[in-house]
Each structure stands twice: as structure tokens, then as C-alpha cells.
Design a protein around this ligand. Structure first.
Ligand code: COA
Length: 358
């Protein structure tokens, strides 16, 4: 192939055939393991989506066992889990796992991710980790371990819907990172470690914390337009807005918004955050439309992730690690799919440096 130009962001370059998920950016449709995300999130548990993505049975039990085994490893992982940043902690802790090989790695890394993310958050607050309950649902158990809350019956299902909604999303940056590592014949733990590193970045999974910072700074709906305008004038991006693929609103934004509404109805307390978030979204959308008339920049998944995860009792430092707790399901499925192709991912670069002097 002639090296005429570099595809620096690889937009539109198809690097794999997949049965795992499909992102239709024009229509705003996300299919995960053959189902629309709207049908899955809120009605199917995270374990069931893992089972579909991995093609495995008995996943709930295996995840519970993995959480228990990972909990036993925590004393050895103290150094990694002392990191101030949750994604640094996860990267360091996951990297120390030993891959088991083949299908066993899915439950193993997924169970461990939840235990590590929860233990890190507790340690940050100077608290001991909470032991897992292997017979509990994965989302509920993560929430209980992460918040120390005894009763997660109301909030657990909302977090479960979030984990399902983010479980897989086409060839996103962290999934691609995982597939590149898997394509070399390396193991699933190495692939997931690389994926955690990719997810950390604010252009990928690091946005929901800053979304909440933004809502805090704006405070009231009528201040949104001027605050956002000043950000854009200063050349900064509005977090939670825009997407590489979607040219309409990210369907996951609506899925998560619905979960927040559901929680409000159950708790019988309207959240001022949700009202503010909606006003900020409207203002951001209209300002971005004025400044980028040719490029639709609408709310992405991170926008309402911030509001939902805050509502379930997680702090903003826990948002990105919680994203990893859900997305690890997809990472592992892609690792297995990539491995089956047996094909090394090895693109080319175009050399534009100096030539040797003769
Ligand atoms: N706020 C302000 N401007 C934005 C923007 C945002 N959130 N997202 C994109 N733009 C602007 C860019 O500055 C660029 O403007 P220019 O053509 O004048 O330089 C234009 O829109 C196209 O952006 P581009 O960088 O080509 O888009 P991308 O496909 O590479 O970026 C994101 C996609 C997600 C990285 C980008 O929209 C973004 O940074 N969003 C904020 C971070 C975020 O929410 N991340 C979570 C993603 S799920």
C-alpha cells in the first residue's frame, strides 16, 4: 500500500470483524451482543451481559469466586492501591495478577477489577476494605464494597444498568489497546493493563469527574451559557460533549438519564443535579452548534455518568475506576476475539524525518 498520508486518528478504518458490539454513529444506535443498549440496561444484569459477550455459562458464580480470591490478594497489593489516582491504582494492581489462560481470565480480571477499585477508594479514605459477598450480584457487591453501605437494594440496580451500558462500545481506544496487546500473543492480564492505561485519559474515560466539577462551577442553570462560553473562548473543551463516532446524542446518555429518573421516583426526591445537568447540556449543545455548525457535538455517555454515579453514592474520583469495572467485560471479550483471528496488529508509519547524509 502506498504511504500517501497518515490516518492519525484512524477514523473510519475498520480493524476487525466483531460479533460483540456495533456503534451506529449516524442513527445513535448501540447494539451489545445482539441487543439494543436500551433493552439491556435496566433489565439484564451485568453478569448476563458478560455471559453473552464471553460465550460462557455460570458467570455469576465465577465472578463471585474471583472477587473472593482477589480480596485475598489485597495485602500483597498495598503499594499499588496506595496511589492517589484510582486509574493508577487499578493499572498497578491489575498488572500484578497472574493470567490463568483462556476463558478463565474473563471472570478473574473482571472480579478483581471490582475488588481493586473498591479497596482503593476505601484506602484513600483511610478505611479497611470491605469483604466481597460471592453470592451477591456483581454490581451490588461492588457498590457495597466501594461505599461501605449496608443496603444497596435501591441503588445497586441503577449501578448495574450503568455497568451494562458501558460494557462494550465498538473499537474504542482502550479496547483497541487491549486488542493490539492480545494480537501479539500476550496474555489477557497484559491486555487489560494496557486498556486501563488508555481509559485513564480525559478524551476517553476520564471525563465524568470533570463533568461534575463543571456542574459545581456553574451552580445554577442561568449561569450555564456564560460559564460555557468563557470556557470555549479560553480554548477549552466542554467535558461530556462530543464523540468520535456519534453525530447525534449518545444513546447511553438517554439510558443513564432514565436510570437517574427511576432512582428519583423510587427515592421520591428530585435531584437538583439532574435539573442542572439538563440545563447545562442544552446550553452546551446550542453554543457548540453555533461554533461548530458542521460538526454535531452532543452529550456523550460521560455527561450523565457523572450524575448517575454521584446519585448512587460514588465520589468523583471513583468514576473512571467504575467505568473500568464495567468495560473490562468488553476488553476481555475482544481479547478472546482478537486471539481467535491469530493476526498481529501492526500498522505502518510514514517517515518524515531527515534522511542519512551520504
Ligand atoms: N468541546 C468543545 N469543542 C469540541 C468538543 C468539546 N467537547 N469536542 C470536539 N470539539 C471541537 C474540537 O475542538 C474541534 O474543533 P476544530 O475543528 O475547530 O479544531 C472539532 O470539535 C472536532 O473535534 P475533534 O477533536 O476532531 O473530535 P474527535 O473526534 O477527535 O473528539 C472527543 C472526540 C470525545 C475526544 C471530543 O469530542 C472531546 O474532547 N470531548 C470532550 C471529552 C469527553 O467528553 N470525552 C469522553 C468521550 S466518551
Amino acid at each position: 500500500m502506498e504511504k500517501t498520508r497518515a490516518h492519525s486518528g484512524l477514523e473510519g478504518i475498520v480493524v476487525a470483524d466483531t460479533t460483540l458490539s456495533e456503534v451506529d454513529g449516524e442513527r445513535g444506535r448501540l447494539i451489545i451482543a445482539g441487543e439494543d443498549v436500551e433493552r439491556l440496561a435496566g433489565s439484564v444484569r451485568f453478569e448476563e451481559v458478560c455471559a453473552k459477550l464471553w460465550g460462557q455459562a455460570d458467570v455469576a458464580r465465577r465472578l463471585g469466586q474471583a472477587r473472593q480470591e482477589a480480596f485475598a490478594l489485597l495485602p500483597k497489593l498495598r503499594g499499588a492501591l496506595e496511589a492517589t489516582d484510582g486509574m493508577d491504582a487499578l493499572r498497578g494492581a491489575v498488572a500484578q495478577l497472574t493470567a490463568r489462560g483462556g476463558p478463565d481470565d474473563g471472570p478473574w480480571v473482571t472480579g478483581a477489577m471490582a475488588v481493586f477499585a473498591a479497596a482503593w477508594a476505601r484506602r484513600l479514605r483511610g478505611l479497611d476494605p470491605v469483604a466481597p459477598r460471592p453470592d451477591a450480584g456483581h454490581a451490588e457487591d461492588y457498590l457495597r464494597m466501594a461505599t461501605g453501605s449496608g443496603d444497596v437494594t435501591l441503588l445497586g440496580p441503577r449501578l448495574d444498568a450503568y455497568l451494562v451500558a458501558v460494557s462494550d462500545h465498538g473499537m474504542n481506544a482502550s479496547t483497541f489497546a487491549a486488542r493490539v496487546v492480545a494480537s501479539t500473543g500476550s496474555d489477557a492480564v497484559s491486555a487489560v493493563t494496557a486498556a486501563v492505561g488508555a481509559l485513564k485519559g480525559p478524551l476517553h474515560g476520564g471525563a465524568p469527574g470533570p463533568v461534575l466539577d463543571m456542574l459545581d462551577a456553574i451552580q445554577a442553570a442561568d449561569a450555564a451559557a456564560s460559564w460555557l462560553g468563557a470556557e470555549l473562548d479560553a480554548g477549552r473543551r466542554i467535558m461530556g460533549m462530543g464523540h468520535r463516532i456519534y453525530r447525534v446524542r449518545d444513546p447511553r446518555a438517554a439510558v443513564l438519564e432514565k436510570q437517574i429518573e427511576l432512582y428519583e421516583r423510587q427515592a421520591a426526591s428530585p435531584s437538583p443535579r439532574l435539573q442542572l445537568a439538563r440545563a447545562v447540556e442544552r446550553a452546551a449543545e446550542s453554543l457548540l452548534k453555533q461554533r461548530h455548525p458542521d460538526r454535531a457535538l452532543r452529550a456523550n455517555v460521560e455527561f450523565y455518568t457523572a450524575v448517575l454515579l454521584e446519585a448512587v453514592g460514588l465520589s468523583r474520583t471513583q468514576f473512571s475506576p467504575t467505568f473500568a469495572v464495567g468495560r473490562v467485560a468488553g476488553w476481555f471479550a475482544h481479547v478472546e476475539e482478537q486471539r481467535r483471528t491469530g493476526r498481529l496488529i501492526r500498522p505502518a508509519s510514514r517517515y518524515i524525518g531527515p534522511l542519512p547524509v551520504k
